[in-house]
Design a binder for this molecule. Structure first.
Ligand code: DP6
Length: 331
């Protein structure tokens, strides 16, 4: 088994560290249109399948990183200092351990999310992507995009996809050390594309994605069908993007999200994130589509739905979902 620390050493081999005083970085949040659900290596967050996402432009994480003169790491989130035993500070500290030059080197980390925490978009992907960039900036390594994606993945799998804007594909890779498991931006623009966050419930979810996907791999008898399904969906989604065929993009994304939620439901014990409100929202979307509106959805490990539509339909979408928060991924 290869450890995350060994991967970091491999990437940094032959590079000089020239720590500066501070470094700042930003990374966008992303939403997968073909999902990542399941790992072949938990220590390195190596996925069973590839995945493809769209980055959310101005919704993401800003990180400032410096050396702290204190006796421990100092971590702030959205302007507030965090207790050392808070889950965010612990997760950030464990990640920074991978890069700590010596045990008495402590970091000062300020993280600020522009992803509204309650909107149901994950901020861990943008957070670890921004942190990987900030570490690179602080030590002056000048790493390539591929290396930054690998380092971000060590924090959270989906963070591998948050280094770039636009459509981003994460290649599953095959190598045991994961050097071929990184994400890349696709050459495609879709200025009319819109993503809408519909918040149905902002309570803590029953089980996080990390634990949930592990349970699915271990206990869901349909999991063996998942890699084949993802492979098909990736081909269909790339064709839809190349042809700018919105109905095809929506159909793949919605179908893939529902297939992932079916896997979750067939996991033992079952994982069901949908609430009655989630099902009601799906039915509204399907009814709107029956009446001719090009509206689709995707959803992650939570009860909220994210709408997919094009700019020309925004007013009609807002009539159906008055509280929707709309993002234009291509500005
Ligand atoms: C449902 O990236 O949060 O959002 O690698 O354990 O940190 P870890 O998991 P994470 O899982 C994201 C799962 C998902 C689908 C996706 O983003 O592709």
């Amino acid at each position: 088994m290869i450890s995350a620390r060994q991967v970091v050493q491999q990437i940094l081999a032959g590079r000089e560290s020239q720590p500066g005083k501070r470094a700042a970085a930003y990374a966008p949040a992303n939403i997968a249109l073909v999902k990542y659900w399941g790992k072949r290596d938990e220590a390195l967050n190596l996925p069973v399948t590839g995945s493809l996402s769209i980055s959310l432009g101005p919704l993401g994480s800003h990180v400032e990183l410096g050396r702290s003169e204190g006796a421990a790491d100092a971590v702030w989130l959205n302007g507030k200092p965090l207790a050392a035993d808070s889950s965010f500070a612990k997760r950030a500290g464990a990640y920074l351990d991978l890069f700590r030059p010596s045990v008495d080197f402590h970091f000062e980390l300020q993280a600020r999310n522009t992803v509204p925490t309650a909107a149901g978009f994950a901020s861990s992907a943008s957070g670890f992507a921004a942190l990987a960039k900030a570490v690179d900036g602080l030590f002056g390594w000048g790493l390539a995009a591929r290396e930054l994606s690998i380092l971000a993945r060590l924090g959270s799998g989906s963070a591998a996809r948050s280094l770039e804007e636009g459509f981003v594909e994460w290649h599953a890779g095959k190598a045991p050390d994961g050097m071929d498991s990184f994400a890349e931006r696709m050459e495609a623009e879709w200025p009319e594309l819109r993503v809408g966050a519909v918040v149905l419930c902002s309570a803590e979810k029953p089980i996080g994605s990390r634990e949930g996907m592990k349970r699915s791999v271990e206990t869901c008898e349909f999991y063996r069908e998942w890699p084949g399904r993802v492979a098909q969906d990736l081909v269909a989604l790339k064709a839809a993007i190349a042809a700018k065929d919105f109905a095809a993009l929506g159909a793949v994304a919605e179908g893939n999200a529902l297939a992932m939620h079916a896997l979750m439901a067939a996991t033992r014990p079952p994982i069901v994130y949908a609430l009655p409100e989630t099902v009601a929202a799906m039915r509204k979307i399907w009814a709107a589509r029956e009446s001719g509106l090009a509206l689709w959805f995707t959803m992650d490990a939570g009860p909220n739905v994210k709408l997919l539509f094009e700019a020309r339909d925004e007013a009609r979408v807002r009539e159906i979902f008055p509280g929707v928060e709309v993002v234009a991924p291509f500005g």
